[in-house]
Design a protein. Structure first.
Length: 319
């Protein structure tokens, strides 16, 4: 992931205003049209709650593999680790060879599908590769690669074995998010670009109601940036979900354009949001350094993001 320009500090008022505009206006339904029982459900439904200790443990286990760059042995081990946790689920592969400035790499997106009763798909993406140029630096990507891998595994736990009375949810562990040399449009998001192209051809893109990217979401000092490349209405919905859970202070204190796995989908008109904390340590000093380790992270942050996104899915289901 890359920040394109310096982030601007947004006023709290601006964020709040946007959220108000996007808040569902159920009370404004015409009196002649009774609200169907399923539309009234969100108010009665208990707030979602991930097992954040388990998600944190996943993060530690993934990080313990060491560097997990494309084509590495540790990457292979992690693929097996992810698949082991998805036993019994509907799992698909999107595997191909990427031709990069550093040569050819095997790339493998792993997709777990949880079918729902509604026509449409909500996609959650999170990358599991770590930075290739940092492969010999001691970089283990606890937050950058580890947290995104782990939160998706925990979402799978939450979705498994339950009847989804809503849209289908697809979890995608993307590969090759990181640049192999230096971030450009062609040296980055290899897996996501391939998947977006594939889903455009087979018609999947048209069915996607919302796509959300999880990236660097476990920083103990959690502040999710409002990414100006994302779809504003989806960002507002995420904020509304955070507000319902009382987590809004961790969202959108700053804003700026972020390049991440969502861009190939944004480009194709899919409503997309990047959920990322790009203020990792003072002045982002831990980002892409050997300091990106478990001691900087907190299960509470995984819980804040995890619960907020599950609540967002719930709110999308009501639409
Ligand atoms: Zn990164």
């Amino acid at each position: 992931m890359q920040l394109l320009v310096a982030m601007a500090v947004a006023t709290t008022a601006a964020c709040t205003k946007g959220t108000d505009a996007a808040a569902p206006a159920k009370s404004e339904s015409p009196a002649t049209t009774p609200v169907p029982p399923e539309a009234a459900a969100p108010d009665n439904a208990p707030p979602p709650h991930i097992d954040s200790k388990r998600a944190f443990r996943y993060t530690a286990e993934v990080t313990a593999f060491g560097p997990r760059y494309m084509g590495s042995e540790n990457h292979k081990k992690l693929e097996h680790y992810i698949l082991d946790h998805l036993k019994g689920d509907q799992v698909e592969d999107d595997a191909f060879t990427a031709d990069t400035v550093e040569g050819k790499f095997p790339v493998r997106n792993i997709i777990a599908k949880f079918p729902g009763t509604k026509d449409g798909i909500i996609v959650i993406l999170g990358h599991y590769d770590t930075v290739y140029p940092l492969r010999n630096s001691g970089f283990v990507g606890a937050n950058d690669g580890g947290s995104s891998t782990a939160i998706l595994l925990e979402y799978a736990n939450q979705l498994r074995g339950k009847k989804r009375d809503g849209y289908s949810v697809w979890l995608v562990w993307t590969d090759g998010e990181e640049a192999v040399r230096q971030w450009t449009n062609t040296d980055s998001v290899y897996g996501a670009r391939h998947l977006a192209e594939k889903w455009e051809k087979d018609g999947t893109l048209k069915k996607i109601k919302a796509l959300m990217v999880m990236d660097m979401i476990a920083d103990a000092d959690l502040d999710i940036v409002r990414d100006t490349n994302s779809t504003p209405s989806l960002l507002d919905l995420i904020y509304a979900a955070a507000e319902r859970l009382g987590y809004q202070s961790h969202f959108y204190a700053s804003q700026g354009p972020i390049a991440d796995d969502h861009l190939p989908f944004v480009k194709r008109g899919v409503p997309s949001a990047d959920v990322i904390d790009l203020d990792y340590g003072y002045n982002n000093v831990f980002h892409h350094t050997p300091q990106d380790t478990m001691d900087k992270l907190s299960p509470k942050s995984l819980e804040i993001v995890g619960d907020t996104i599950l609540e967002t899915i719930h709110m999308l289901d009501q639409r």
